[in-house]
Design a protein around this ligand. Structure first.
Ligand SMILES: Cc1ncc(COP(=O)(O)O)c(C=O)c1O
Length: 404
């Protein structure tokens, strides 16, 4: 048989999805499973989005321009303007999800064998994008005990080698819930200037901030026009994960010209979904939708954090953004615990699925006792899920044979 590539053999299966067969098995056995393992919000997508698709759904479903429809680029420019970010059409490309935007950014600024710095823990699919593009991730370590804040400039600079071409970071952070301060971003900008690096900011959770925290965009940082690359998505903001619409944006014309060549190779982002977005962004409703959704996520965050605080031995910081909390559990192997919850535990015939955090780290052994919880269910369901987690954790930790 012809062989399978090294790339394919070594790329990771999504750790967020790999335990799904166990959840399916639990469901078949009649258990209700609360899915807190994946960032799929339950909030209905705004009606205006579907109206836009319905209105456009006729005639020939044609390719859109590789860069995206002009109306989509204009509607996006208007959206960014509300954050004080001025972008012209040429400075944006509509992508097939934020995932493609990240891949285009990496393809545009790195070559095979290069490396990028990424604060860890990080969105685990960054590993896959790095593998696909043939680059290495060099982690900048952050810790649950320190609220996942960035280390000082010296510690970051110590990681830099000639192979490093960019710093990729997620703000607000998945899986940490951290929102970087102005000082932290200014420090990253200083490092980028001094060492001639790009700053690639994944801002798909821009609006998901709580307690008055505000996510500052990489495109709002001064004197960074040549280095800043924004990657974005409508998946979370408009609860439209299936739309597969994202954006790459930069003031650096060479970066955008390069990204456009990759965009041309895949021909076009989804056409109808862009019409949905155009209609939504033109309606007066979208800001209300986002405001109400964030208020709901703030309630969910408060509930999950308060419940975690009551669980003996659990360490976590109150997340300021996104919709995740990464918590240290009083177990040795969080993946074993997560599996056990699905296979061996239930409370009133219900159980819960979490994401083991080890694969959000690049450093071997780190995050082994951590899980990521996505608070993407309504507060009643979350309340019950947290009760299952609390009782499950007690049962597991009181039973030494469970510890591997
Ligand atoms: C931090 C982060 N970046 C990018 C993505 C990918 O987003 P999209 O659905 O737009 O591909 C996700 C999805 O969960 C994410 O959490």
């Amino acid at each position: 048989m012809p062989s399978i590539s090294w790339r394919a053999r070594t790329v990771q299966a999504s750790p967020i999805r790999k335990l799904k067969p166990l959840a399916d098995q639990a469901r078949r056995a009649g258990k209700r499973v609360y899915h807190l393992n994946i960032g799929q919000p339950d909030i209905p997508t705004p009606k205006e989005y579907f109206d836009g698709i319905r209105q456009a759904a006729q005639g020939v479903l044609a390719y859109s321009p590789s860069q995206g429809l002009d109306e989509a680029l204009d509607a996006l420019a208007e959206y960014y303007r509300t954050f004080g970010i001025a972008l012209s059409r040429d400075e944006m490309i509509v992508t097939t999800g934020g995932s493609e935007a990240i891949t285009f950014a990496l393809l545009a600024v790195t070559d095979v064998g290069d490396a990028i710095l990424v604060p860890e823990p990080f969105y685990t699919n960054y590993n896959s994008y790095a593998q696909i593009t043939g680059i290495q991730i060099v982690p900048i370590e952050t810790r649950a005990e320190d609220g996942f804040r960035l280390p000082d400039k010296k510690t970051i600079e110590a990681k830099i080698s000639p192979k490093i071409k960019a710093i990729l970071f997620c703000n607000p952070g998945n899986p940490t819930g951290v929102v970087y301060t102005k000082a932290e971003l200014a420090m990253l900008a200083e490092v980028a200037h001094k060492h001639n690096l790009y700053l690639i900011a994944d801002e798909v959770y821009r609006e998901f901030t709580y307690d008055g925290a505000q996510a500052i965009s990489v495109l709002q940082l001064p004197n960074l026009e040549d280095r800043a690359i924004l990657v974005d998505s409508i998946s979370k903001r408009f609860s439209a994960c299936g739309a597969r619409i994202g954006v790459i944006a930069s003031k650096n014309a060479s970066v955008m010209e390069s990204a456009l060549k990759f965009a041309q190779a895949r021909l076009s982002p989804p056409t109808l979904e862009q019409y949905g977005l155009i209609h939504l962004l033109r309606s007066s409703q979208y800001q209300n939708f986002v405001r109400e959704m964030i208020a709901e996520f703030a309630r969910r965050r408060d509930l999950v954090y308060a419940e975690l605080q009551k669980m003996p031995g659990v360490i976590c910081t109150k997340p300021q953004g996104a919709f995740y909390v990464t918590a240290k559990l009083p177990v040795e192997d969080a993946e074993h615990f997560v599996r056990w919850l699905l296979t061996d535990f239930s409370l009133d015939n219900e159980t819960v699925m979490l994401a083991p955090a080890a694969e959000f780290y690049a450093t071997p052994g780190k995050g082994r006792d951590e899980v990521r919880i996505a608070y993407v269910l309504n507060t009643d369901a979350l309340q019950r899920a947290m009760r299952v987690l609390r009782e499950g954790l007690l049962a597991y930790t009181n039973s030494p044979v469970m510890q591997v």
